[in-house]
Design a protein around this ligand. Structure first.
Ligand code: SAH
Ligand code: TMP
Length: 368
């Protein structure tokens, strides 16, 4: 796996990616609602959309890309707003439907947007979270969004933010599903080609630092100051220049050296280390650093579909959370660091019994 940066599109992206059908199917392993914190985040997101005043009074229509188990659209379904979820992973789409979230199991693309418009009309709001950055045919998707939205419609989406990745050396955001890491620069460039405009940006704490982008047809809404402020900040940290990423790669190498040293040292003292959260992010770390069962005994994860399996590449066993409770390690490396707040709050007993946390973001260390 390798990344490249294009100074024209200002996009950081994977050079090669598995086909979408290999990743998003009827056995997709990520259920959004496993995180209570994210459930609250998406009800708040939905509330903000409802209060923005962009939904028409008569029969509004909200479309969500990658709605997963319905974590966001549930909030629209519950208040009787016409909606449509587009979710190619059939297992999670079925969960959404069972919650009364009207979901079709398809990959979003330009042609699907045209079909939706002909059957159901144009949308007031197009929403997406942590999915735009998953779709290699992003120009086709942007073109579909421009066709799908009413003249006054808005697209609101959020994804892990490139600025946070560089600042925190969170290189584990680079993995098979994340074909892109966006910035205001790359998003502005992408949508300009479709006659659309970036009108607002709002930083989010989720997933280790995300950015929410608001896009509209050019001229439909005033561009908020937040956009220019962020563009200026990005220029000052060099998110539009390839040299920044050459430096970033050195920081990544340094982070690897420090993590291997820390884990090897702990292991040499005869202590047990387990992983917490069998995240996609951890797959990048384990393979890049070459960490296997010599250093980490097992990884605990609450997702049933992951349990009893092995981490891709390094083959560390994934155990249910009960196993972690029954057999707590001396040290737990927090692979789900983006959920740190939620996890720390519920794992007080682990610390009280003498357990310690290892984190690798923003720097490699044992938490005091
Ligand atoms: N929005 C949820 C889920 C993010 S995971 C959240 O933030 O928690 C990404 C989701 O996007 C997966 O459920 C995947 O099946 C879906 N997805 C991937 N490619 C897609 C495409 N082309 N169109 C619609 N959904 C897609
Ligand atoms: P994510 O970082 O892609 O959101 O994935 C988080 C993973 O961590 C997911 O597999 C579920 C798991 N997890 C736990 O095992 N325990 C927890 O408390 C949380 C929040 C997540």
């Amino acid at each position: 796996m390798a990344v490249g940066f294009c100074e024209t599109s200002m996009m950081l992206q994977l050079i090669e990616q598995p086909s979408p059908e290999q990743m998003f199917h009827e056995q997709y392993a990520f259920y959004s609602s496993t995180s209570q914190h994210m459930q609250r985040h998406f009800s708040e997101f939905a509330r903000q959309v409802l209060e923005m005043g962009v939904l028409s009074k008569e029969n509004p229509f909200v479309v969500e890309l990658g709605c997963n188990d319905g974590i966001m659209l549930r909030n629209f379904a519950n208040v009787g707003i016409r909606h449509l979820g587009i979710e190619p992973s059939r297992n999670v789409a079925e969960v959404a439907n069972s919650y009364g979230v009207r979901t079709i199991s398809e990959f979003f693309c330009h042609q699907l947007a045209i079909d939706i418009v002909s059957k159901e009309g144009k949308a007031d709001a197009f929403l997406a979270a942590n999915v735009m950055c998953h779709i290699p045919s992003i120009v086709d998707v942007a073109s579909g969004i421009s066709k799908l939205l009413k003249p006054t419609g808005v697209a609101i989406f959020e994804d892990p933010y490139l600025g946070d990745v560089v600042e925190k050396t969170s290189y584990d955001q680079i993995y098979d599903e994340h074909v892109f890491l966006f910035s205001a620069h790359s998003i502005q460039h992408l949508f300009r080609q479709q006659g659309m405009e970036l009108v607002d940006v709002q930083a989010q704490k989720t997933h280790g630092g995300s950015m929410r982008y608001v896009i509209a047809h050019a001229g439909a809404y005033p561009v908020k100051d937040s956009v220019n402020r962020l563009l200026e900040k990005e220029k000052s940290i060099g998110l539009n220049r390839v040299a920044t990423f050459r430096k970033f790669s050195q920081q990544v190498e340094q982070s690897r050296t420090e993590l291997i040293q820390l884990l090897t040292g702990i292991k040499a003292e005869g202590k047990r280390i387990a992983g917490y959260g069998a995240t996609s992010k951890s797959t990048t770390i384990l393979n890049y650093c070459g960490i296997g069962t010599d250093l980490i005994d097992y990884i605990s994860d609450t997702t049933p579909i992951k349990q009893g399996k092995f981490s891709p590449g390094m083959h560390i066993p994934i155990k249910p959370y009960d196993f972690f409770m029954a057999s707590p390690p001396d040290y737990a490396i927090l692979f789900a660091w983006n959920h740190a707040e939620e996890i720390m709050a519920k794992e007080r007993a682990f610390i009280e019994k003498g357990g310690r946390w290892i984190v690798h973001v923003p720097e490699v260390r044992v938490l005091e």
